[in-house]
Design a protein around this ligand. Structure first.
Ligand SMILES: C[S@@+](CC[C@H](N)C(=O)[O-])C[C@H]1O[C@@H](n2cnc3c(N)ncnc32)[C@H](O)[C@@H]1O
Length: 204
């Protein structure tokens, strides 16, 4: 992602404007395949799950349909409205919260699994400390954290923000143990493009 594109999404109004215009480039409208892959591979059966930066809710709904107790937060009113509508259409029961995840974290409990597809890579350059503080507050010993984040790809200059392996190891490794850090592909709005990404599963 170019500096210019990155600067596009630094406030709630920026995120909300992206949704207001239609379908933003990251919104696949369906769950990320890597989420199910990881849940199945590790037989993860968390009782409580928090999704941070849930967008229009496809992943949160998948988690709720697996009968986990799901709280999903996003700061964009339009995305949360779309997520609630999508949940209603799928008869999925979960709790969507319209909030800044960094401010919500001290008020919420601790979760068995925290999931993030696209928030860490969007905020890490400007707000890493706040992000790590949020993660610490919403987890406890034994909690898992699954993060999907853009990976370096020289062929793309308009895809998701790209994070180097060393950066992930240095930044997220401050809090948790790595279970795996492996390459994956991240779906977006364009069904013909899958972006280079990291699948990072960690345990506190
Ligand atoms: C790249 S999008 C990913 C959305 C969704 N996870 C997906 O994969 O479609 C990042 C999301 O994080 C939300 N966001 C950004 N900053 C946030 C914050 N401080 N608290 C909560 N949500 C935030 C944005 O509104 C946006 O929906």
């Amino acid at each position: 992602m170019s500096q210019q594109l990155r600067a596009k999404y630094s406030t709630v109004a920026d995120w909300d404007a992206a949704y207001r215009k239609g379908t933003p480039p990251w919104d696949a409208g369906k769950p990320h395949a890597e989420l199910s892959r990881v849940l199945d591979e590790y037989q993860l059966r968390p009782q409580t799950v928090l999704e941070v930066g849930c967008g229009t809710g496809a992943d949160a709904i998948l988690l709720a349909r697996r009968r986990f107790e799901v709280t999903a937060i996003d700061c964009s009113p339009i995305s949360v409205e779309r997520a609630r509508l999508r949940a209603e259409q799928h008869n999925a029961l979960l709790h969507f919260v319209l909030a800044d995840a960094f401010e919500f974290a001290p008020k919420t409990g601790q979760f068995d699994l925290v999931y993030d597809a696209g928030l860490y890579h969007s905020v890490r350059e400007a707000q890493l400390e706040r992000y790590l503080d949020m993660l610490w507050r919403v987890t406890r010993s034994g909690s898992h954290f699954l993060c999907l984040a853009g990976a370096p790809d020289e062929t793309e200059d308009d895809g998701p923000p790209q994070v180097g392996e060393d950066e992930i190891r240095n930044e997220l490794g401050r809090l948790f143990e790595f279970v795996h850090l492996r390459p994956t592909r991240l779906e977006g709005a364009d069904p013909n493009r899958h972006h280079a990404a990291w699948s990072c599963l960690m345990r506190r």
